[in-house]
Ligand binder design. Structure first.
Ligand code: NAP
Length: 259
């Protein structure tokens, strides 16, 4: 049993839906106070409402991780509403698919600007509050795509997700003196609202390529983030957890089928 995160203030970027919403709900269920952040305020409000209706504590805020002024305002809102920031989940991310030969420089900049620079800007804005916390936790949502695997159409995305891990290795050293840890969760294929639209056949084919024979849930990622945020993970920094049902393990299709 992990020491409770009850009463701790958590900011989750990109939490109006998908994995971020799952992370926010896992923390709220444990009694943490969660700030739901996305560009779209209506969706963020709807998620905060849903958490409150389930007995949790949540507020919504509109911020764009490419805009440092809005991130400064987000950090101030978390401090005002929830008394500081103890845990920051850098989760907001985009993944437009386009092959390299058709990719424009602007598209590259948008993906790197959101996923990688957005992580830097989010952490920078929240750092004063995380320092005040005394045992701040930063959890980055990276991916298996980039650091471990490749997928056509995602050169920019893969670079951004690998970049987050390179960034983390030095950030965790710089922040150690403040008692802040920085770790990353690397999700495999996770069921989100976007994927559900692809249909049962497609999802079944995807699940077949995973040793545990199912796609991940958003709660699977939330639970890994919760561990990194716990007191029990206080001595872990600059590390990753792959949450992929074993997807990156088989060395060949034959190996998967033989099992
Ligand atoms: P999603 O369902 O598309 O949700 C993305 C969330 O991020 C939304 O709340 C969106 O709200 C917000 N967002 C997007 N751009 C933003 C910006 N510039 N500023 C602030 N918020 C922004 O995505 P997801 O699949 O849950 O992915 C979440 C994270 O997990 C990403 O970092 C992604 O790389 C990673 N990941 C996902 C999977 C997967 O299987 N789904 C696998 C590996 C890693 P607004 O549009 O209103 O801003």
């Amino acid at each position: 049993m992990l020491t409770s995160v009850e009463g701790r203030s958590v900011v989750v970027t990109g939490s109006s839906k998908g994995i971020g919403k799952g992370i926010a709900k896992v923390f709220a269920k444990q009694g943490a106070k969660v700030l739901i952040v996305a560009r779209g305020l209506d969706d963020a409000e709807a998620t905060a409402d849903e958490i409150r209706s389930e007995g949790g504590t949540a507020a919504a805020f509109s911020a764009d991780v490419t805009n440092s002024d809005s991130l400064d305002a987000m950090a101030s809102a978390a401090a005002e509403r929830h008394g500081g920031i103890d845990i920051l989940c850098c989760n907001a991310g985009i993944f437009p698919q386009n092959h390299l030969e058709n990719m424009s420089s602007d598209e590259w900049d948008l993906v790197l600007g959101t996923n990688l620079k957005g992580t830097f800007l989010t952490i920078k804005s929240c750092l004063p509050n995380l320092k005040e916390s005394g045992s701040g936790r930063i959890i980055i949502t990276s991916s298996i795509t980039g650091p471990i695997t490749g997928y056509p159409g995602w050169t920019h995305y893969g670079a951004s997700k690998s970049g987050q891990l390179g960034f983390m290795k030095t950030a965790c050293m710089e922040f150690a003196k403040y008692g802040i840890t920085v770790n990353a969760v690397m999700p495999g294929n996770i069921i989100t609202e976007g994927l559900e639209g692809l249909g049962a056949d497609y999802l079944q084919t995807m699940a077949a390529s995973i040793p545990l024979k199912r796609l991940g849930s958003v709660e699977d990622i939330g639970n890994a983030a919760l561990f990194f945020a716990s007191d029990e993970a206080a001595y872990i920094t600059g590390q990753t957890i792959v949450v992929d049902g074993g997807q990156t393990i088989p060395e060949s299709i034959e190996a998967l089928e033989e099992a």
